[in-house]
Design a protein around this ligand. Structure first.
Ligand code: UT7
Length: 350
């Protein structure tokens, strides 16, 4: 899906398009290092770093839920924006506070955003790109001038702390952007975006229990295998699919935006594995130093990883730099977005 829709101000004749006008990120304080994991699991620092590039991750404490992370990240994004007024909130999360209702209305209320439309989007590691595509459509259609997008994950609640296959990979965090009407050609403009899915790959990453297909049962759940209620991942297959899908998405979005590969200043790819980032760069002949890396400090924060990366590395970007964002995750879902970097107020370190 490509959206070049622009609006024209009838008085000034200036054309407008959706762009990023605010960025924020939040990480919980609790740090879990590889050494801490190795002290209680059959793993070691060398395995984790050589296979993934991850050194440590942040884990929210018991008192913090997804909405707490979301409020922090969303508030920071609004503080970095010249105009903090928004008319809708789209929250991407895999770990809502409750199975019912959605978390976004509660986040909007806590942030004092008034009675604006607020809803959750579920696309796991691609959640941010999916939520952003909704916000871009709202702004490009003229429906709203400004939409707050938050991606927040307390992903540790889906992970079996005793499963070395997943416990070493994931962390908690939240990131947020403000999507607003900006004059065409100015920094921040989203030039192209595309999202995809393939439900045939549903079993690659999955939490089997707790939904309507295999509900929690007060009587039976305790007798079922633990693994039914935690995230299972077929790592090698996901690795291959993520590398191929993100490489193709980046290539496609660059041509849709009317750029050449050499024009790209920064690759903002979902932070799952350093080796995946290297392979995407290699397959497209992108210099690896253009791929921003944050996973060493935070692990895989699922849907939050892209906006967190934007917030964490914002000092590296100059207004007008050309960025491509890309992700792959459970569903399977994937996508990409091409944008230029905006001139923003101070972006607080996550
Ligand atoms: O965010 C959504 C998208 N997610 C991803 O993109 C993740 C994609 N997958 C990956 O990043 C990698 O596949 C992993 C990091 C998950 C695994 O790395 P790998 O190089 O693909 O390892 P593997 O699955 O081929 O496993 C190699 C071995 C296995 O042992 P055997 O079967 O060869 O005896 C695993 O049991 O490593 C074992 N292993 C571990 N060993 C020490 C798995 N986890 C660990 C561990 N410590 N933490």
């Amino acid at each position: 899906m490509t959206d070049f829709t622009t609006l024209t101000n009838p008085c000034s004749g200036v054309a407008f398009s959706a762009g990023i006008t605010g960025v924020g990120g939040y990480l919980p304080e609790g740090v879990v290092t590889n050494q801490m994991l190795a002290s209680r699991l059959d793993t070691d620092h060398d395995w984790i770093t050589s296979r993934t590039g991850i050194l440590e991750r942040r884990i929210a404490d018991e008192s913090q839920s997804t909405s707490d992370l979301a409020v922090e990240a969303g508030s920071r994004a609004l503080r970095s924006a010249a105009n903090p007024e928004v008319q809708a909130l789209v929250l991407a999360t895999t770990t809502p506070d409750f199975r019912c209702p959605a978390t976004a209305p509660y986040v909007a209320a806590r942030m004092g955003l008034g009675k604006i439309p607020a809803f959750d989007v579920s696309a796991v590691c691609s959640g941010f790109l999916y939520a952003t595509s909704v916000a871009v459509a709202y702004v490009n259609s003229g429906h709203f001038d400004s939409v707050l997008v938050i991606a927040a994950e307390k992903f540790s609640t889906l992970i079996d702390p005793n499963d070395r296959n997943t416990a070493c990979l994931f962390g908690d965090g939240a990131g947020s952007v403000v999507i607003s009407k900006v004059p065409v050609g100015t920094g921040g403009q989203i030039l192209a975006h595309a999202i995809h899915s393939d439900g045939e790959l549903e079993s690659l990453i999955k939490v089997k229990g707790g939904g309507s297909r295999y509900p929690l049962s007060p009587h039976e759940t305790v007798n079922r295998p633990r693994s039914d209620y935690f995230l299972g991942m077929q790592g090698r297959e996901v690795f291959a699919a993520a590398t191929a899908s993100m490489s193709a998405s980046v290539s496609d979005i660059i041509s849709t935006a009317g750029w050449e590969l050499d024009d790209l200043d920064w690759l903002i790819a979902h932070q799952a594995n350093r080796r995946i980032l290297n392979l995407v760069c290699k397959s497209l002949d992108i210099p690896p130093e253009k791929a921003c890396v944050h996973l060493d400090e935070v692990g895989n924060t699922a849907g939050a990883s892209i906006p967190l990366l934007l917030a964490a590395k914002s000092r590296q970007f100059k207004p007008g730099d050309k960025l491509v964002l890309t992700s792959f995750g459970a569903g399977a879902t994937w996508g990409a977005l091409a944008m230029t970097w905006p001139a923003l107020g101070t972006i607080e370190a996550p």
